[in-house]
Design a binder for this molecule. Structure first.
Ligand SMILES: *Cc1c(COP(=O)(O)O)cnc(C)c1O
Length: 361
Protein backbone atom coordinates (compact mmCIF):
# COMPACT_ATOMS: atom_id res chain seq x y z
CA UNK A 1 0.00 0.00 0.00
CA UNK A 2 1.28 3.49 -0.82
CA UNK A 3 1.26 6.25 1.75
CA UNK A 4 -0.49 8.91 -0.31
CA UNK A 5 -3.34 9.20 -2.80
CA UNK A 6 -2.25 8.01 -6.24
CA UNK A 7 -3.59 9.70 -9.39
CA UNK A 8 -4.94 7.47 -12.14
CA UNK A 9 -2.52 6.16 -14.82
CA UNK A 10 -1.42 8.79 -17.32
CA UNK A 11 -2.42 11.84 -15.30
CA UNK A 12 1.09 12.69 -14.09
CA UNK A 13 2.37 12.38 -17.69
CA UNK A 14 0.26 15.35 -18.75
CA UNK A 15 2.29 18.43 -19.64
CA UNK A 16 0.08 21.41 -18.80
CA UNK A 17 -1.44 23.24 -21.78
CA UNK A 18 0.33 26.50 -22.59
CA UNK A 19 -1.96 29.19 -23.98
CA UNK A 20 -0.92 32.18 -26.09
CA UNK A 21 0.67 34.90 -23.98
CA UNK A 22 -1.22 38.13 -23.44
CA UNK A 23 1.27 40.43 -21.68
CA UNK A 24 4.62 42.01 -22.46
CA UNK A 25 6.73 43.28 -19.56
CA UNK A 26 6.76 47.08 -19.49
CA UNK A 27 4.24 47.50 -22.35
CA UNK A 28 0.70 48.75 -22.00
CA UNK A 29 -0.33 48.86 -25.67
CA UNK A 30 0.13 45.24 -26.66
CA UNK A 31 -1.09 43.71 -29.87
CA UNK A 32 -2.11 40.15 -29.09
CA UNK A 33 -1.79 37.89 -32.12
CA UNK A 34 -1.08 34.71 -30.19
CA UNK A 35 -4.46 33.07 -29.63
CA UNK A 36 -6.33 33.30 -32.96
CA UNK A 37 -8.92 35.65 -31.50
CA UNK A 38 -11.24 37.69 -33.72
CA UNK A 39 -9.75 41.19 -34.29
CA UNK A 40 -13.28 42.54 -34.85
CA UNK A 41 -14.47 41.35 -31.44
CA UNK A 42 -17.91 39.75 -31.44
CA UNK A 43 -21.42 40.39 -32.70
CA UNK A 44 -23.44 43.27 -31.17
CA UNK A 45 -26.34 40.84 -31.05
CA UNK A 46 -24.28 38.54 -28.83
CA UNK A 47 -23.58 41.46 -26.52
CA UNK A 48 -27.28 42.31 -26.29
CA UNK A 49 -28.07 38.67 -25.48
CA UNK A 50 -25.39 38.69 -22.81
CA UNK A 51 -26.89 41.74 -21.11
CA UNK A 52 -30.43 40.38 -21.39
CA UNK A 53 -29.38 37.15 -19.69
CA UNK A 54 -28.37 39.03 -16.54
CA UNK A 55 -31.91 38.94 -15.14
CA UNK A 56 -32.00 35.15 -14.78
CA UNK A 57 -28.85 34.40 -12.86
CA UNK A 58 -30.76 32.71 -10.03
CA UNK A 59 -32.27 30.14 -12.44
CA UNK A 60 -30.64 26.89 -13.39
CA UNK A 61 -30.09 26.68 -17.14
CA UNK A 62 -31.97 24.16 -19.28
CA UNK A 63 -30.09 20.89 -19.56
CA UNK A 64 -30.92 19.94 -23.14
CA UNK A 65 -29.56 23.09 -24.84
CA UNK A 66 -32.51 22.90 -27.25
CA UNK A 67 -32.72 26.59 -28.26
CA UNK A 68 -28.99 26.75 -28.99
CA UNK A 69 -28.99 23.44 -30.85
CA UNK A 70 -31.94 24.65 -32.93
CA UNK A 71 -30.16 27.90 -33.80
CA UNK A 72 -27.04 25.98 -34.87
CA UNK A 73 -29.10 23.43 -36.80
CA UNK A 74 -31.01 26.13 -38.66
CA UNK A 75 -27.95 28.09 -39.71
CA UNK A 76 -25.88 25.02 -40.62
CA UNK A 77 -28.70 23.06 -42.23
CA UNK A 78 -28.24 20.03 -39.97
CA UNK A 79 -30.32 17.97 -37.52
CA UNK A 80 -30.61 19.56 -34.04
CA UNK A 81 -31.01 16.08 -32.56
CA UNK A 82 -27.47 15.21 -33.55
CA UNK A 83 -25.72 18.17 -31.92
CA UNK A 84 -24.05 18.24 -28.50
CA UNK A 85 -22.86 21.47 -26.86
CA UNK A 86 -19.92 21.90 -24.54
CA UNK A 87 -17.78 24.33 -22.58
CA UNK A 88 -15.69 25.17 -25.62
CA UNK A 89 -15.10 22.49 -28.20
CA UNK A 90 -12.39 21.30 -25.81
CA UNK A 91 -15.12 19.87 -23.59
CA UNK A 92 -16.71 18.05 -26.52
CA UNK A 93 -13.28 16.56 -27.34
CA UNK A 94 -13.09 15.47 -23.71
CA UNK A 95 -16.51 13.78 -23.91
CA UNK A 96 -15.16 11.79 -26.84
CA UNK A 97 -12.03 10.41 -25.15
CA UNK A 98 -13.93 9.88 -21.90
CA UNK A 99 -16.56 7.80 -23.71
CA UNK A 100 -14.42 5.87 -26.15
CA UNK A 101 -10.85 5.46 -24.81
CA UNK A 102 -9.28 4.24 -21.60
CA UNK A 103 -6.23 2.64 -20.02
CA UNK A 104 -4.25 0.58 -22.54
CA UNK A 105 -5.97 2.11 -25.59
CA UNK A 106 -4.28 4.16 -28.31
CA UNK A 107 -5.25 7.58 -29.62
CA UNK A 108 -3.69 8.70 -32.91
CA UNK A 109 -2.49 12.30 -33.16
CA UNK A 110 -0.31 13.91 -35.82
CA UNK A 111 3.18 15.39 -35.74
CA UNK A 112 2.15 19.06 -35.55
CA UNK A 113 -1.37 18.41 -34.22
CA UNK A 114 -3.18 20.55 -31.61
CA UNK A 115 -1.56 20.06 -28.20
CA UNK A 116 -4.86 19.34 -26.45
CA UNK A 117 -5.13 15.93 -28.16
CA UNK A 118 -2.31 14.12 -26.30
CA UNK A 119 -3.43 15.82 -23.08
CA UNK A 120 -6.96 14.45 -23.55
CA UNK A 121 -5.65 10.96 -24.36
CA UNK A 122 -3.57 10.89 -21.18
CA UNK A 123 -6.48 12.21 -19.07
CA UNK A 124 -8.21 8.88 -19.62
CA UNK A 125 -5.06 6.77 -19.34
CA UNK A 126 -4.79 6.13 -23.09
CA UNK A 127 -1.52 6.38 -25.04
CA UNK A 128 -1.16 9.12 -27.66
CA UNK A 129 0.47 7.67 -30.79
CA UNK A 130 2.03 10.40 -32.90
CA UNK A 131 2.32 9.96 -36.67
CA UNK A 132 4.31 11.96 -39.22
CA UNK A 133 2.83 14.70 -41.37
CA UNK A 134 3.97 15.44 -44.93
CA UNK A 135 5.61 18.87 -45.02
CA UNK A 136 3.21 20.24 -42.42
CA UNK A 137 0.09 18.60 -43.86
CA UNK A 138 -1.84 15.76 -42.21
CA UNK A 139 -0.90 12.51 -43.98
CA UNK A 140 -3.77 10.05 -44.34
CA UNK A 141 -1.46 7.12 -45.14
CA UNK A 142 0.65 7.54 -42.01
CA UNK A 143 -2.53 7.66 -39.90
CA UNK A 144 -3.96 4.54 -41.52
CA UNK A 145 -0.73 2.61 -41.13
CA UNK A 146 -0.56 3.47 -37.40
CA UNK A 147 -3.92 1.85 -36.64
CA UNK A 148 -3.71 -1.20 -34.37
CA UNK A 149 -6.36 -3.27 -32.60
CA UNK A 150 -5.86 -0.88 -29.64
CA UNK A 151 -6.72 2.28 -31.61
CA UNK A 152 -9.92 3.93 -30.37
CA UNK A 153 -9.79 7.57 -31.51
CA UNK A 154 -8.04 9.57 -34.28
CA UNK A 155 -7.77 13.34 -33.87
CA UNK A 156 -7.17 15.69 -36.77
CA UNK A 157 -7.92 19.39 -37.09
CA UNK A 158 -8.95 20.54 -40.56
CA UNK A 159 -7.80 23.26 -41.14
CA UNK A 160 -5.02 22.42 -38.71
CA UNK A 161 -3.53 24.46 -35.89
CA UNK A 162 -0.72 25.65 -35.87
CA UNK A 163 0.10 24.87 -39.51
CA UNK A 164 -3.02 26.44 -41.10
CA UNK A 165 -2.96 23.73 -43.79
CA UNK A 166 -5.82 21.38 -44.61
CA UNK A 167 -6.58 18.20 -46.49
CA UNK A 168 -9.28 18.09 -49.16
CA UNK A 169 -12.64 16.39 -49.01
CA UNK A 170 -11.34 13.41 -51.03
CA UNK A 171 -8.56 12.80 -48.52
CA UNK A 172 -10.99 13.14 -45.59
CA UNK A 173 -13.21 10.52 -47.21
CA UNK A 174 -10.25 8.24 -47.80
CA UNK A 175 -9.37 8.55 -44.10
CA UNK A 176 -12.93 7.88 -42.92
CA UNK A 177 -13.27 4.92 -45.29
CA UNK A 178 -9.89 3.45 -44.36
CA UNK A 179 -10.42 3.41 -40.60
CA UNK A 180 -11.96 0.41 -38.84
CA UNK A 181 -15.62 1.09 -38.03
CA UNK A 182 -14.96 0.89 -34.28
CA UNK A 183 -12.48 3.80 -34.34
CA UNK A 184 -13.84 7.30 -33.79
CA UNK A 185 -12.52 9.87 -36.27
CA UNK A 186 -12.63 13.39 -34.84
CA UNK A 187 -12.62 16.16 -37.41
CA UNK A 188 -11.85 19.23 -35.32
CA UNK A 189 -13.27 22.03 -37.46
CA UNK A 190 -12.48 24.96 -35.17
CA UNK A 191 -11.36 26.96 -38.22
CA UNK A 192 -13.76 25.53 -40.83
CA UNK A 193 -15.52 28.83 -41.57
CA UNK A 194 -12.27 30.41 -42.73
CA UNK A 195 -11.80 27.77 -45.46
CA UNK A 196 -13.90 28.82 -48.42
CA UNK A 197 -16.34 26.20 -49.66
CA UNK A 198 -15.55 23.68 -46.89
CA UNK A 199 -18.47 22.17 -44.95
CA UNK A 200 -16.35 21.28 -41.91
CA UNK A 201 -16.98 17.58 -42.40
CA UNK A 202 -20.79 17.65 -42.16
CA UNK A 203 -21.30 15.44 -45.22
CA UNK A 204 -18.84 12.86 -43.93
CA UNK A 205 -20.58 12.75 -40.55
CA UNK A 206 -23.84 12.01 -42.39
CA UNK A 207 -22.22 9.07 -44.12
CA UNK A 208 -20.08 7.48 -41.38
CA UNK A 209 -21.35 6.34 -37.97
CA UNK A 210 -17.87 6.73 -36.43
CA UNK A 211 -17.08 10.36 -37.37
CA UNK A 212 -17.54 13.37 -35.07
CA UNK A 213 -17.13 16.97 -36.21
CA UNK A 214 -16.39 19.59 -33.54
CA UNK A 215 -16.92 23.34 -33.88
CA UNK A 216 -16.33 26.37 -31.68
CA UNK A 217 -17.60 29.87 -30.96
CA UNK A 218 -14.08 30.90 -29.90
CA UNK A 219 -12.56 31.72 -33.28
CA UNK A 220 -14.82 33.17 -36.00
CA UNK A 221 -17.50 34.27 -33.52
CA UNK A 222 -14.93 35.93 -31.25
CA UNK A 223 -16.30 34.37 -28.07
CA UNK A 224 -13.24 32.60 -26.65
CA UNK A 225 -13.97 34.21 -23.30
CA UNK A 226 -17.45 32.67 -23.17
CA UNK A 227 -16.36 29.01 -23.65
CA UNK A 228 -18.90 27.50 -26.04
CA UNK A 229 -18.42 24.74 -28.62
CA UNK A 230 -20.39 21.92 -30.17
CA UNK A 231 -20.13 18.58 -31.85
CA UNK A 232 -22.08 16.88 -34.64
CA UNK A 233 -22.30 13.13 -35.19
CA UNK A 234 -24.81 10.40 -35.80
CA UNK A 235 -27.42 9.96 -33.10
CA UNK A 236 -25.90 6.90 -31.48
CA UNK A 237 -22.62 8.69 -30.78
CA UNK A 238 -24.38 11.84 -29.54
CA UNK A 239 -26.43 9.67 -27.19
CA UNK A 240 -23.21 8.20 -25.76
CA UNK A 241 -21.52 11.59 -25.36
CA UNK A 242 -24.55 13.05 -23.55
CA UNK A 243 -24.15 10.44 -20.82
CA UNK A 244 -20.79 11.83 -19.72
CA UNK A 245 -21.89 15.48 -20.04
CA UNK A 246 -22.83 17.23 -16.82
CA UNK A 247 -26.47 18.34 -17.01
CA UNK A 248 -25.69 22.02 -16.37
CA UNK A 249 -22.41 22.30 -18.27
CA UNK A 250 -23.51 25.47 -20.08
CA UNK A 251 -25.05 28.53 -18.42
CA UNK A 252 -28.10 30.28 -19.86
CA UNK A 253 -25.78 33.20 -20.65
CA UNK A 254 -23.43 31.01 -22.70
CA UNK A 255 -26.33 29.49 -24.60
CA UNK A 256 -28.22 32.67 -25.41
CA UNK A 257 -25.04 34.50 -26.42
CA UNK A 258 -24.01 31.63 -28.72
CA UNK A 259 -27.47 31.42 -30.29
CA UNK A 260 -27.40 35.16 -31.03
CA UNK A 261 -23.87 34.89 -32.44
CA UNK A 262 -24.61 32.01 -34.79
CA UNK A 263 -27.69 33.80 -36.12
CA UNK A 264 -25.72 36.97 -36.88
CA UNK A 265 -24.51 35.71 -40.24
CA UNK A 266 -23.81 39.26 -41.51
CA UNK A 267 -21.16 39.79 -38.85
CA UNK A 268 -19.67 36.34 -39.44
CA UNK A 269 -19.50 36.81 -43.21
CA UNK A 270 -17.82 40.18 -42.81
CA UNK A 271 -15.18 38.64 -40.52
CA UNK A 272 -14.54 35.78 -42.97
CA UNK A 273 -14.10 38.23 -45.85
CA UNK A 274 -11.71 40.53 -43.98
CA UNK A 275 -9.76 37.55 -42.68
CA UNK A 276 -9.28 36.11 -46.16
CA UNK A 277 -8.14 39.46 -47.49
CA UNK A 278 -5.55 40.18 -44.79
CA UNK A 279 -4.41 36.56 -44.54
CA UNK A 280 -3.40 36.64 -48.20
CA UNK A 281 -1.78 40.03 -47.76
CA UNK A 282 0.24 38.81 -44.75
CA UNK A 283 1.38 35.68 -46.53
CA UNK A 284 2.47 37.58 -49.64
CA UNK A 285 4.34 40.12 -47.56
CA UNK A 286 6.17 37.37 -45.66
CA UNK A 287 7.06 35.43 -48.78
CA UNK A 288 8.37 38.59 -50.46
CA UNK A 289 10.72 39.06 -47.50
CA UNK A 290 12.03 35.54 -47.86
CA UNK A 291 10.05 34.19 -44.91
CA UNK A 292 8.40 30.88 -45.76
CA UNK A 293 4.63 30.65 -45.41
CA UNK A 294 2.29 27.85 -46.54
CA UNK A 295 -1.14 28.80 -47.81
CA UNK A 296 -3.35 29.10 -44.72
CA UNK A 297 -7.02 28.13 -44.56
CA UNK A 298 -7.49 29.50 -41.02
CA UNK A 299 -7.29 32.89 -39.27
CA UNK A 300 -3.53 32.76 -38.73
CA UNK A 301 -0.40 32.20 -40.76
CA UNK A 302 2.68 30.18 -39.89
CA UNK A 303 5.82 32.20 -40.61
CA UNK A 304 8.76 29.91 -41.32
CA UNK A 305 12.23 31.33 -40.66
CA UNK A 306 15.59 29.88 -41.77
CA UNK A 307 16.32 28.39 -38.36
CA UNK A 308 15.14 28.37 -34.73
CA UNK A 309 17.52 31.19 -33.77
CA UNK A 310 16.13 33.53 -36.39
CA UNK A 311 12.57 32.72 -35.29
CA UNK A 312 13.49 33.40 -31.66
CA UNK A 313 15.22 36.67 -32.55
CA UNK A 314 12.24 37.81 -34.60
CA UNK A 315 9.96 36.97 -31.69
CA UNK A 316 12.13 39.19 -29.46
CA UNK A 317 11.91 42.03 -32.01
CA UNK A 318 8.12 41.69 -32.19
CA UNK A 319 7.85 41.68 -28.39
CA UNK A 320 10.01 44.78 -28.14
CA UNK A 321 7.35 46.46 -30.27
CA UNK A 322 4.56 45.13 -28.04
CA UNK A 323 3.43 42.44 -30.48
CA UNK A 324 2.73 38.96 -29.12
CA UNK A 325 2.76 36.04 -31.53
CA UNK A 326 2.98 32.32 -30.83
CA UNK A 327 6.31 30.45 -30.86
CA UNK A 328 5.54 26.85 -31.80
CA UNK A 329 8.67 24.94 -30.78
CA UNK A 330 6.50 22.63 -28.68
CA UNK A 331 4.69 21.70 -31.91
CA UNK A 332 7.97 20.51 -33.46
CA UNK A 333 8.14 23.73 -35.49
CA UNK A 334 11.04 25.53 -33.75
CA UNK A 335 11.81 27.71 -36.76
CA UNK A 336 8.26 29.03 -36.96
CA UNK A 337 6.03 31.69 -35.41
CA UNK A 338 2.25 31.48 -35.63
CA UNK A 339 0.70 34.88 -36.27
CA UNK A 340 -3.03 35.54 -35.94
CA UNK A 341 -4.47 37.54 -38.82
CA UNK A 342 -5.43 40.85 -37.23
CA UNK A 343 -7.18 43.82 -38.78
CA UNK A 344 -5.44 45.95 -41.40
CA UNK A 345 -3.51 48.07 -38.90
CA UNK A 346 -2.32 44.99 -37.02
CA UNK A 347 -1.15 43.24 -40.18
CA UNK A 348 0.72 46.31 -41.38
CA UNK A 349 2.34 46.75 -37.98
CA UNK A 350 3.50 43.15 -37.79
CA UNK A 351 4.95 43.21 -41.29
CA UNK A 352 6.69 46.52 -40.61
CA UNK A 353 8.46 45.04 -37.57
CA UNK A 354 9.45 41.85 -39.38
CA UNK A 355 10.74 43.85 -42.36
CA UNK A 356 12.84 46.02 -40.04
CA UNK A 357 14.10 42.87 -38.31
CA UNK A 358 15.09 41.41 -41.69
CA UNK A 359 16.88 44.68 -42.52
CA UNK A 360 14.57 45.34 -45.45
CA UNK A 361 13.27 48.76 -44.38
C1 LIG B 1 -8.95 27.06 -30.70
C2 LIG B 1 -9.09 25.64 -31.03
C3 LIG B 1 -10.15 24.89 -30.53
C4 LIG B 1 -11.26 25.56 -29.80
O1 LIG B 1 -11.18 25.47 -28.47
P1 LIG B 1 -12.39 26.00 -27.59
O2 LIG B 1 -12.34 25.05 -26.44
O3 LIG B 1 -13.65 25.83 -28.38
O4 LIG B 1 -12.10 27.41 -27.27
C5 LIG B 1 -10.23 23.56 -30.87
N1 LIG B 1 -9.33 22.99 -31.68
C6 LIG B 1 -8.32 23.68 -32.20
C7 LIG B 1 -7.38 23.02 -33.14
C8 LIG B 1 -8.15 25.02 -31.88
O5 LIG B 1 -7.13 25.71 -32.38
Amino acid sequence: MTTKPQPQPGIMDIALYVSGESKVEGKTEVLKLSANENPYGFSDKAKEAYLRSAVNLHRYPNTDHAPLREAIAEIHGIDAGRIICGVGSDEVLQFIVHSYAGVGDEVIVTEHGFSMYPILARMVGATPVEVKEKTRVVDVDSILSAVTPKTRVVFIANPANPTGTMIGEDELYRLAKGLPRNVILVIDSAYAEFAEGYDGGKAIVNEFANVVMTRTFSKLHGLGGMRIGWGYAQREVIDVLNRVRQPFNLSETQMTVAAAAVRDTDFAERCVRENARWRDWLRNALVQMGVGCDESYANFVLARFSNPDEAAACNVALKADGIIVRPVGSYKLPNCLRITVGDEAACRRVIHVIATFKGIR
